[in-house]
Design a binder for this molecule. Structure first.
Ligand code: DX5
Ligand code: ZN
Length: 214
């Protein structure tokens, strides 16, 4: 059963507390929090303050997806606020290797995210260090985009590299995930599914259930 990480970008901000309570009663174990700066991605959303508030109200793992330029200070702030799993895009940091070490020093899990235009080989030397590889299945920045089918091959490649080399990372996919595309990703080796629009449109519990059985 994959880990489901509902993306709060698609939540109803006026009902977010109730929606999180609903999620807590499902098989979902993560909450995906997109942190955007309007520079690395053309959108601004959430920050360490909401991570802190979430931490006070839920025991779900806070799966923080950090889409900002120069993420070093943001990551320290998000970790202090209670983020559990901190995933950043390595091209945004001058020293991504050091940043992964720093995340681990802070007692948190570290992930790296691959934009659809960046090959896994580009950051091959980071792969043995990380707890999660996030394969973006849309270009980062917005919810509700169409799933990029060629990324399924990247998921399979991430699994192959991990298994061949004895690495330990989870493989997360994010963007355009629904029961159909999620199934393709799970078949290729993904074990963490982020879903925003698909989860929050309609019946949250039923939507999560349809992903949890994949
Ligand atoms: C996009 C974000 C995603 C977004 C996914 O850059 O990283 O987490 O919320 O939304 P859907 O599932 O609607 O594509
Ligand atoms: Zn995300």
């Amino acid at each position: 059963m994959p880990i489901i990480s509902p993306s709060l970008l698609a939540a109803d901000l006026f009902q977010i507390g109730q929606q999180i309570k609903t999620i807590e009663q499902t098989d979902a174990r993560y909450l995906h929090v997109d942190i955007m700066d309007g520079h690395y991605v053309p959108n601004i959303n959430f920050g360490d303050k909401i991570v802190g508030e979430l931490k006070q109200h839920t025991d779900l793992t806070l799966d923080c997806h950090i889409m900002v330029d120069r993420p070093e200070q943001v990551i320290v702030d998000v970790a202090a606020a209670g983020g559990d799993l901190l995933t950043f895009h390595p091209e945004t940091s001058q020293h991504p290797y050091r940043l992964i070490q720093e995340i681990h020093r802070l007692g948190k899990k570290a992930g790296i995210a691959f934009d659809p235009g960046i090959a896994l080989d580009t950051y091959a030397d980071l792969l043995p260090l990380v707890d999660q590889v996030l394969v973006m299945t849309v270009s980062p920045g917005f919810g509700g985009q169409h799933f990029l089918a060629p990324m399924v091959d990247k998921v399979a490649a991430a699994k192959q590299i991990r298994d061949d080399r004895g690495y330990h990372y989870d493989i997360e996919v994010d963007g355009g995930v629904n029961a159909t595309t999620g199934q393709q990703c799970v078949a290729a080796g993904a074990n963490v599914l982020v879903a925003g629009s698909y989860v929050f449109k309609g019946d949250i519990s039923a939507n999560i259930k349809s992903l949890a059985v994949l």
